[in-house]
Design a protein around this ligand. Structure first.
Ligand code: SF4
Length: 329
């Protein structure tokens, strides 16, 4: 829901301040219609119903993976495509992957989103409406900002959305913002907003390899990014999660694991998630399971905690790096 427009309508009617909170509580609890909001005056419900759509996003289609992962494609009122994903796990986690931008200006060359035209930053309401769409289908309890876009380039809206997520069921401790290393944003995150978790998409520990994958590395090189992460860690007293996509012949050699272990110091500040590469059209192929296991073992042998991430939603192109609404299933 356009929360700014809601405030304007309530102000114009001279409604008391708590009305906005009442509407938000209903939305955060999964309400689909104004008719359900029984503690609002009837005339207000009717006016809202006529003037303010319940969501800023138009759901265009939703697909479900064999593993239960759901991917929704939406359109904003100005026709921008965005996608969000819900992953359900046996242990009860229901984790949302949210988008912060339509498309992405950073053009990482392994990423389907990076090959889309960049649209614009999403508003706080558009970010929340992705979560509310899935909340209407059941409870949700984790959020990762790993969908379309670089969240730290749209940090005001992302943090405003994070402030509201606990009402939807997602605590701050279960909210993760993932960045490619946008240093000014990491610095702001150290002091501003709720104490969310931080993940860094590193994908290579050598500058030339990383610049080949992610042009942002020329602007914010690895040492600068790692220093910013360490300052964040000092301020927030939390570990930084390192995301590392495993690309055959590019970044998966054992000696590259050793270089990574050198970059990530002190070791207790970081934990590495190795991500099997999800096929997208382009030049890369994923590392073999043996190469991934060997890379993980080398990291652990050098003192860096490391795990291999379970891949979800591959068959519906909902996995990491696969979101690209223009060619969605
Ligand atoms: S990996 Fe993230 S930052 Fe890079 S192009 Fe894709 S969405 Fe943008």
């Amino acid at each position: 829901m356009d929360l700014k427009r809601l405030d304007e309508i309530l102000d114009a009617r001279g409604e008391p301040r708590f009305r906005a909170g009442q509407v938000w509580e209903w939305l955060a609890g999964g309400a689909r219609t104004y008719a359900e909001m029984t503690n609002l005056p009837q005339t207000l419900r009717e006016e809202l119903d006529a003037d303010l759509p319940i969501s800023t996003l138009d759901p265009v289609r939703e697909v479900k993976s064999v593993d239960g992962t759901r991917k929704a494609l939406f359109e904003t009122v100005d026709g921008r495509p965005i996608e969000a994903v819900l992953m359900s796990y046996r242990d009860g986690r229901r984790s949302l992957c949210l988008s912060s931008q339509s498309g992405c200006p950073l053009t990482c060359n392994f990423c389907a989103t990076g090959r889309m035209a960049f649209g614009r930053n999403l508003t706080e309401s558009e970010i929340l409406d992705q979560a509310l769409h899935f909340r209407r289908q059941g409870s949700v309890n984790h959020v990762v900002f790993m969908g379309m876009g670089e969240p730290l380039m749209n940090l005001d809206a992302v943090l405003a959305a994070c402030e509201r997520l606990p009402a939807v069921g997602v605590s701050t401790a279960h909210t993760t913002i993932s960045t490619v290393g946008w240093v000014p944003g990491i610095e702001r995150l150290a002091t501003e907003g709720p104490r969310v978790r931080l993940a860094l998409s590193l994908h290579a520990a050598e500058g030339d390899v990383r610049s080949g994958l992610m042009p942002v590395n020329d602007r914010y090189p690895i040492p600068e990014v790692i220093e910013a992460c360490l300052r964040w860690r000092e301020a927030r007293n939390r570990r930084v999660y390192i995301e590392y996509l495993m690309l055959a012949g590019v970044n998966d050699a054992p000696d590259q694991a050793v270089v990574l272990s050198e970059v990530l110091k002190p070791h207790d500040a970081f934990k590495v998630n190795l991500i099997p590469f999800n096929p997208t059209p382009g030049e890369f192929t994923g590392s073999s399971p043996e190469a991934i296991a060997g890379f993980r073992d080398t990291l652990i042998a050098h003192g860096v905690p490391a795990t291999v991430r379970l891949t979800r939603g591959r068959d519906i192109e909902a996995a990491c790096g696969q979101l690209a609404a223009g060619r969605a299933a």
